[in-house]
Design a protein. Structure first.
Length: 138
């Protein structure tokens, strides 16, 4: 089975102390390695204002993680743990590898099309609209 790449973002209550957020992150890292996944990157974005109220809160502490796994079971387990974690109010997991494959495919397609049709050389900036050199004034 091929390896998949996921973005995982979760929002904690804004009044949650930093050690408790670190505990949630450690729990997720442990669960991922236990199930055969790997957390490549973890960023704490800090307190940010949300676009709308969630659980009557207007702000939240954002945490971003990049998860690499070959099993969907890893993501299910991480989401289950986020669902039962007390400080977490919202989370989102996005599978990235499909989008990256699509972008690579489009890039290759554009390169093939560009290779098929030759580009016209750009006219030199000193040349006039007819392509002739301006006459020198004496």
């Amino acid at each position: 089975m091929e390896e998949r790449l996921y973005d995982l973002i979760f929002i904690c209550r804004p009044d949650t102390p930093e050690p408790e957020i670190d505990k949630v992150i450690a729990t997720l890292e442990h669960a991922a390695t236990e199930k055969g996944g790997k957390i490549e990157k973890t960023d704490k974005w800090g307190r940010k204002r949300m676009a709308y109220f969630v659980h009557r809160l207007r702000e939240g502490f954002y945490v971003y993680m990049v998860v690499r796994s070959s099993h969907g079971e890893v993501v299910r387990e991480l989401e289950r743990r986020l669902k039962v974690a007390e400080p977490v109010i919202k989370y989102l997991t996005v599978r990235l590898d499909e989008e990256l494959k699509r972008q690579d495919k489009l890039k290759k397609h554009r390169e093939r099309r560009a290779a098929r049709r030759p580009r016209k050389p750009a006219p030199s900036p000193a040349a006039g609209p007819t392509g002739e050199q301006p006459a020198a004034t004496a």
